[in-house]
Design a binder for this molecule. Sequence first.
Ligand code: PLP
Length: 383
Amino acid sequence: MQQIPPLWLSPESHLARSAPDHPILYFSPRVLHEVARRFSQGFPGLVTYAVKANPHPAVLSNLVAAGITAFDVASPAEMEAVRAASPDAVMHYNNPMRSEAEIAAGIEHGVASWSVDELSELEKLDAVPRACEIAVRFALPVAGAAYDFGSKFGAAPEEAVELLKQVAAKGWTPALCFHPGTQCEDEMAWVEYVHAAKRIVDAAGVRIARLNVGGGFAANRDGVAPDLEKVFAAIGTAADQAFGAEKPTLICEPGRAMVSESFTLAARIKGMRKDGAVVFLNDGIYGGLVDIRDMGLPGRVEVVASDGTHRSGVRKPRVVFGPTCDSLDRLPDGLPLPCDCVAGDYVLFPGLGAYSSAMSTQFNGYGLSDVATVIELAGQAAR
Ligand code: PLP
């Protein structure tokens, strides 16, 4: 992926000047700093970042500059990326299924906290220093998320009780963690989990110093900024009510909500068919638009002509295909685009910082987007 030098421009003027024929992600460090500040000031505990959402070096170094000191990593490659951004960063290795080689890499990188959701996986962690924390990940059948992770990871509460006892008995610092599922728009999901954590602690007879409430915080998908503060307050109140004086330190590890808003993806219209009812873009579900396949169409899309002006015609729902020869390379039907858009225009997708470039493949030779950092002029409004 090519790193374009910082632009003292808007995406529109960059598109007009350079007419790129490949997808571009425009990155606003200012927006990333604002979101990081919102988490740090509002969340009642330690804020970490889930690297998987976007491991780009510019994201990691800006988060370090914004005061984020701890990172959730899922693999040795993510550990390397974090170390490159900050040699002192604290790492939480919260992928509960690891090979022996991955465990050795985690020990080598000085991972401070490890999650586990099964006894056989805990047994594999025997070489992990006893000064480390091991957080038992549990899962509940709660609703509220766009899609939930409980079918893949997380012990049932009864199993979590036994695991927590084992972690304490083997001499590590015991903790609990969960993830309510991504793009979770109902704060009651966290509330239910926090109360369940207290029941697990009581049943195990083990005190925990920290409770990791996961990521899952919602990003802005339809133009309405999610009320993160309401979720933060609900989590804090639930922890107070459930644990009282024995309240553990809370940790969160947002990926999507932290990084989404600071990126806008620009994909070019390659061609159109059936009087514009069918649109072919130069990015699709094997590239930076993969999250749209899973999350549904976003509510905010703009079309910019090759001179940088915005198309303002009446919007018509389209069938949108990506550039590869695979017929599955198609967005959910009905993306509303202005009636005056033509081949050569750019479709701007704001809020595509998470699970875009991180999941992009090079299938058919397409996919990877350049990242252009946009340094906005003073007073320029956020998109
Ligand atoms: N933490 C863990 C352990 C995860 O697996 C994930 C996502 O897969 C995240 C945090 C980030 O979740 P989100 O992007 O929904 O905030």
